[in-house]
Design a protein around this ligand. Structure first.
Ligand code: AMP
Length: 512
């Protein structure tokens, strides 16, 4: 199929052609025709598939007719982050170069006054993050009853960030007759519920599974341990430097992902002190600075970008040669999004993940989502103790703690997961390869890799099956990571009554 066959406005076609696109991507092929007819579209697609053009090209075509009224935008695009909103706005500007449409970007960190001026003049396309949009609405500066087309981009990200109540509210403020174009990389139940409630007989368009890691990305796992209780962060920084130095010139540019903002500040300073060319990107930075950082990273003016997950999704940063997971992401899907920053458009890329014992449970989730283990890096498992001594970061290195987000249920939940991780870590010996490593079955392979990492959970499962937990192999269910001591007291008469003991559901292992 060609773009000419898509019934787009000729001026839009001209703009598309001048970008150099030769043919529509699968999501564009499937989503543009129904969107042009005014139908609701449910697009299940991740970033990199061309989804932005799949909603903006038909929108511009439809909006090319008609005029905007003051404070009554005609269309609305909701994005989870400022960066994504700014990127969508850039795309709109490109595709609408030959059409006279006004556009406003409502995002945090940008002056209210400038945004108001634009709204007063009337906008055809309003691109916003949910919080800033509702701020404007609640101040009476904006009406949403003129919205003809509403787009929700990266809905599952909105869910993670706790924006769903805001999204529902915004849906309720727009006319029932609007057209809705809704995009999400995955469809968790909460998102399914929203689409059932607010979309009318949508055309469902699905491209590529979200849980598939790109085949062009070489992945490697680096177990990290420390013989000091509080030494893990330092050991991770040393391991990271070792890998960066070992990769040398192969790194043209890299993103280093941390789970917590305060670690971003510490790591940034540490890499800088070791003479590395580094910048950082996270949600506490002023919007202007964030855009500058992204810009200089895109232009290749800075080589290493230490970032939070805000940079993992939606942002179009071409040609990243390496991704480092300084922390194992707590949400398995984020792993795919993070490593998806490299190996794009058929190019090859490398993704390294540093993992400590407390992060094992996140790693397990990721590996079960991927359907196999991440290969352990050969020969670089142990941090090189001969490397340059690490200057200990000072207290001032750490940026201020993250403020809770508006309605930030998901965001707080995520931070709690990470904060709850115990930092204690007895020295983790990299175990000798175990016999069953040769097993060809997937389960056997996974067990072998666990053995290499000294996975205490697998060990406990094995102990349990031989009665080694002191509880006759009985496994109480539903206790998560904690099992009260009284549950470990042997109760011989109960086992007789039950007839059979030892359900293998992993909970004893978790409790150890
Ligand atoms: P998106 O999934 O919208 O973030 O788009 C990812 C990248 O694909 C962006 O750099 C777009 O400029 C590019 N792109 C979008 N549509 C096409 C197309 N039809 N052909 C080639 N590249 C495209």
């Amino acid at each position: 199929m060609t773009f000419d066959e898509l019934a787009l406005d000729p001026r839009v076609l001209e703009a598309v052609k001048s970008t150099g696109y030769t043919k529509p991507t699968p999501i564009q092929e499937e989503a543009i025709p129904p969107a042009l007819e005014g139908r609701d579209v449910l697009g299940i697609a991740q970033t990199g598939t061309g989804k932005t053009a799949s909603f903006s090209l038909p929108m511009i075509t439809r909006l090319a007719k008609g005029r905007a009224r003051a404070r009554m935008p005609r269309s609305l695009v909701l994005c989870p982050t400022r960066e994504l909103a700014a990127q969508v706005a850039e795309n709109f500007e490109t595709y609408s170069a030959n059409v006279k449409l006004s556009m406003a970007l409502l995002i945090g960190g940008v002056s209210f006054a400038d945004q108001l001026k634009k709204l007063d003049r009337g906008v055809d396309v309003l691109i916003a993050t949910p919080g800033r949009l509702l701020d404007h609405f609640e101040r009476g500066k904006l009406m949403l009853n003129g919205i003809d087309i509403m787009v929700v981009d990266e809905a599952d990200r909105m869910l993670d960030m706790g924006f769903i109540p805001d999204i529902e509210k915004i849906f309720g403020l727009t006319p029932f007759t609007r057209q809705t174009l809704f995009f999400s990389a995955t469809m968790p139940p909460e998102i399914q519920r929203i689409t059932n409630t607010f979309l009318q007989n949508p055309v469902r368009v699905e491209v590529a599974r979200a849980s598939t890691a790109a085949e062009t990305v070489t992945q490697a796992l680096h177990p990290v341990s420390s013989d000091r209780k509080d030494g893990l962060p330092k050991a991770k920084r040393e391991t990271l430097r070792d890998i960066i130095n070992a990769e040398g010139d192969a790194i043209t540019n890299a993103i280093i992902f941390c789970n917590r903002k305060r670690d971003i500040g510490v790591l940034h300073k540490s890499l800088e002190k070791h003479g590395m060319d580094v910048a950082s990107l996270h949600g506490d930075l002023d919007q202007r600075i964030r855009m500058q950082v992204l810009d200089s990273f895109r232009k290749g003016e800075v080589k290493l970008l230490v970032a939070s997950d805000v940079a993992a999704r939606g942002l179009d940063i071409p040609d990243v040669s390496h991704v480092f997971n300084f922390d194992v992401p707590t949400h398995a899907e984020d792993y795919v999004h993070r490593i998806g920053r490299t190996g794009r458009a058929g190019r090859s890329g490398k993704a390294f993940t540093l993992a400590t014992k407390p992060e094992q449970k996140y790693l397990d989730n990721i590996e079960s989502m991927l359907g196999g283990p991440i290969p352990i890096a050969g020969g670089t498992d142990a941090p090189d103790t001969a490397s340059t001594p690490e200057p200990e970061p000072t207290r001032e290195d750490a940026p201020k703690a993250e403020k809770p987000r508006r309605g930030g249920r998901g965001s707080r939940g995520r931070d709690r997961d990470v904060a709850d991780r115990k930092t204690d870590d007895t020295p983790e010996k990299t175990a000798a390869p175990v016999a069953e490593e040769q097993a060809s079955e997937e389960r056997g392979d996974r067990r072998a890799n666990r053995g290499k990492r000294g996975d205490i959970r697998q060990k406990n499962r094995d102990d349990r099956s031989s009665g080694g937990n002191g509880n006759g192999g009985r496994t109480p269910r539903g206790l998560g990571d904690h099992m009260p001591a009284f549950m470990l007291i042997p109760l011989p008469d109960l086992s007789r009554r039950k007839g059979k003991d030892g359900d293998d559901d992993g909970s004893v292992a978790d409790a150890a």
